[in-house]
Write a protein that binds this ligand. Structure first.
Ligand SMILES: NC(=O)c1ccc[n+]([C@@H]2O[C@H](COP(=O)([O-])OP(=O)(O)OC[C@H]3O[C@@H](n4cnc5c(N)ncnc54)[C@H](OP(=O)(O)O)[C@@H]3O)[C@@H](O)[C@H]2O)c1
Length: 324
């Protein structure tokens, strides 16, 4: 698989990354079910066989079970650790943690960031992650605290590079005033159904179109050498074989994806991922399937390059209308 160099790092990452949101199954505090160890092992092996060298994690994913399973895979195959780029996310606390009734919340305090990373490293059976992201913007952020935590993690070698997820232009600017390390990644929701990061750019100052206020975020990231990663890159599979009661644009998109897959002699998944890869911003989608065959089908995107006409045709189908 082709790679991207993440700007301001020495990391060459595969164009597709592999996500672990669903890896641990349930979101309760029980340990991973026994069969999930072998499944995680198989999925990581298939990902590596396909050329993926980056794993996306978050301390909260399946309440730590996703970390634990990746740690177990690394424990079973010690030579794998040096081949993989681990990206961890921190800063979300789920509801009812630690007490029943506690609200879901964000916490970018020094203590929370440090404690989260240290707990994740124990579960991952490693002494560092390559990249640490702030998962979702915390309205109570004190950027000096984030800067202090990043400095400490950088100094101790527990995290080599830093970035954000779901952050706006101005939230990144605020952080940059205090954080001394470059922010190298912004992980954002982006796919053919949730296309706003791209389509906001073509409806600026136009009446009658959906504008979600991304405020030039895509161009800002390009200008500032921040790699965009696309989360939920196939919108949870909604764009493939949509049911008859799905919105008309989603049905039309499903038909077009199937037709293009036939024309390119590839899979529908490859078309959906190739639409993201075709964008010159060098967007890195994070594959989320727990199905090994679909993982292979998704990686076929690396060899598909939609033409400009095909790219716009997919966008028009997804939006239900052409560009203004
Ligand atoms: N930063 C953030 O806030 C954030 C938020 C969400 C996710 N993420 C990251 O992004 C990764 C990917 O997100 P995601 O899991 O939502 O991605 P996704 O790939 O858009 O969705 C995965 C889901 O779609 C299903 N699916 C995939 N292909 C399908 C197909 N051809 N037909 C039917 N269903 C299909 C999968 O089911 P099967 O498993 O059965 O194939 C799975 O349930 C996560 O693992 C996580 O690392 C980050």
């Amino acid at each position: 698989m082709q790679t991207y160099r993440i700007p301001n790092t020495d990391l060459d990452v595969s164009r597709l990354s592999y996500g672990t949101w669903h890896l641990g199954g349930s979101w309760d505090l029980t340990p991973p079910a026994p069969d999930l160890y072998d499944r995680a092992d198989r999925l990581v092996q298939v990902a590596v066989e396909q050329g993926i060298n980056m794993i996306d994690l978050a301390d909260i994913y399946t309440r730590g079970k996703s970390d634990t399973l990746i740690g177990e895979v690394l424990g079973r195959h010690p030579s794998l650790r040096d081949k993989l780029i681990l990206q961890q996310k921190c800063g979300i606390i789920v509801g009812n943690d630690p007490n029943q009734g506690d609200p879901g919340r964000y916490d970018f305090s020094y203590d929370h960031i440090i404690a989260t990373v240290e707990a994740s490293l124990r579960r991952l059976q490693t002494d560092h992650v390559e990249i640490l992201l702030l998962h979702r913007p915390d309205p109570l952020i004190e950027p000096e605290e984030v800067a202090r935590a990043f400095d400490e993690l950088h100094r101790s070698g527990k995290a080599r590079y830093f970035g954000v997820s779901n952050h706006s232009v101005w939230q990144i600017e605020l952080l940059k005033r205090y954080v001394t390390q470059p922010l190298v990644v912004n992980q954002l929701e982006l796919n053919l159904i949730h296309h706003y990061l791209i389509s906001d750019g073509i409806v600026v100052n136009q009446e009658g179109y959906t504008y979600t206020g991304s405020d030039g975020l895509l161009d800002y990231c390009r200008l500032n050498d921040i790699m965009i990663q696309a989360w939920s890159p196939v919108a949870g599979g909604k764009m493939f074989n949509p049911p008859a009661n799905a919105p008309e644009n989603v049905q039309a998109l499903g038909r077009l994806i199937a037709e293009m897959a036939q024309q390119h002699q590839t899979t529908p998944e490859a078309i959906a991922f190739a639409w993201l890869l075709r964008h010159p911003a060098k967007i890195q989608p994070i594959v989320g399937t727990m199905n090994a065959d679909r993982l292979v089908d998704s990686c076929k995107a690396d060899t598909v390059e939609p033409s400009r006409i095909e790219w716009y045709r997919l966008l028009a189908a997804a939006r239900g209308k052409s560009v203004p």
